[in-house]
Design a protein. Sequence first.
Length: 216
Amino acid sequence: MRAPSNLKDFVYKSIEADLLAGNLHSGDIINEKDLVEKYGVSKSPVRDALIAMCADGILKSIPRYGYEVISYSVEDVYSMLQFRLVLESGFLKQRIVTLTDRQIDELETLNVDCQNDDRTPFEHWAANENFHLKLMSFWHNDYALQELRLTMHRLTRAYAQFYWNSNRDVLLSRDTEHHTDIIESLRKKDADEAIRFISMDLHNFGGFEDFFRQAR
């Protein structure tokens, strides 16, 4: 039996899992009554979870109708990636000289997971997320790290949306092929080169650059 304080998180994570698994799609409508029956909980944690998901940009409340799963446009994704480029490259430019060999070795270890195609798309995306969050953590700015984490979380849902709407014939490691270049640039303490490879890395978001080009 789950503690009442955990029910909101349980509902939130369950809905999110359905989104990542392709059981819920952009534009789908969900409502409190169905979720109460599905998860066997009261209205309160369901409502709290739905409100939180609206605040996080996952759902949109439609009064007297339900909650719509928000659709990310190509422009939305590019805006998030542009924000990431400014955030990640800005700190790297200022702090690259403080990086230690041990920290770069940590990135090397994480990059092994990023290059592994023998996993699910969302395990691969999680490995990619860990790589970028680890790099940001080296700058010791909790606010910037939290902003990157929130953006990566939203991009996870965008990744799911485009993945389930594409032909899914995507080589997973394709979107992290520049991680090795980034690491080599960091070892040389060459900020401009590292930023160039970060830009190329972001352009390969989810291996869907061809899909984006067609959509635009």
